[in-house]
Write a protein that binds this ligand. Structure first.
Ligand code: ARG
Length: 262
């Protein structure tokens, strides 16, 4: 499939030159048709695996997946001359999808950690993440240390899940498919706290009454793009694009669009 699209890309570049040549005079019907065909097949796909239940990094706006990751990925794809395609899946399936070649990259506010580095490679970091604790207003949980014997909601397979499971063996860890489900469980009193990344936490707290984020962060981490082990060609291209997008302010502009300064 990839080889096919690469060949098509080569064919199409020729076609595009031809089409451009034509449009400098008066665009004719055949030229238009050709241009359209070129659009559809011109670019090799850059398939991004994500879990679009994680605002402001990836979430749905109608049927589109939007957010910081979606926009940075689109900017990278553009630099690479590729067509971004987003595949939404469970967070815990992203690494497998990347390993198995179902996706070219995993981008999902994904934290770089040792366990994941065994299975995938990571790009340079593009953002700092913070694991925070959400509680109900007035909760007796005041700092992350108070979580020890509590019932804690997390999104399954995330670093919040991993850290809590490791740090608090006596805690009752409740794993949910989505962060919002963990937050609903907190509202319903099924768990005492939710551990999740700070930016989605802020969104969820804003959307629901009576919740707050503890002032002390639990863990600081780095977000990066996951790639299949040994896919150094794509890794180098992505890192180069990412560094250019950081240097020219594009990454910051995208982040500022979704996260208002405190
Ligand atoms: N940063 C955390 C991790 O890497 C949570 C990421 C969750 N992302 C998502 N799109 N649901 O485990």
């Amino acid at each position: 499939m990839k080889i096919y699209s690469r060949i098509m890309a080569a064919v199409v570049i020729g076609t595009m030159v031809f089409a451009t040549g034509c449009s400098s005079t008066k665009p004719t019907e055949p030229a238009k048709t050709e241009e359209k065909a070129a659009d559809a097949t011109a670019k090799e796909e850059l398939v991004m695996a994500t879990n679009a239940a994680f605002p402001p990094y990836e979430f749905y706006e109608g049927t589109d997946v939007v957010g910081i990751d979606a926009e940075i990925a689109a900017a990278i794809a553009e630099k690479l001359g590729m067509e971004l395609k987003i595949e939404d899946m469970e967070f815990g399936s992203i690494i497998t999808a990347v390993q198995g070649g179902k996706a070219d990259m995993g981008m999902a506010g994904m934290t770089v950690n040792e366990e994941r580095l065994v299975n995938v490679d990571f790009s340079n970091s593009y953002a700092t993440g913070y694991q925070v604790v959400i509680v109900k207003n007035g909760s007796e949980i005041k700092t992350p240390d108070d979580l020890a014997n509590k019932s804690i909601g997390v999104q399954e397979s995330t670093t919040g899940d991993i850290y809590i499971t490791d740090d608090y063996p006596n805690a009752d860890v409740q794993r949910y498919n989505k962060g919002t489900e963990a937050v609903q469980a907190l509202i319903q009193g099924k768990v005492d706290a939710v551990v999740i990344d700070r930016e989605p936490a802020k969104v969820f707290v804003e959307q629901n009454e009576g919740l707050e984020i503890l002032p002390t962060e639990y863990v600081v981490e780095e977000y990066a793009i996951a790639l299949a082990k040994g896919n150094t060609e794509l890794l180098e291209k992505i890192n180069k694009a990412l560094e250019e997008l950081k240097a020219d302010g594009t990454v910051q502009t995208i982040i500022d669009k979704y996260i208002s300064a405190e």
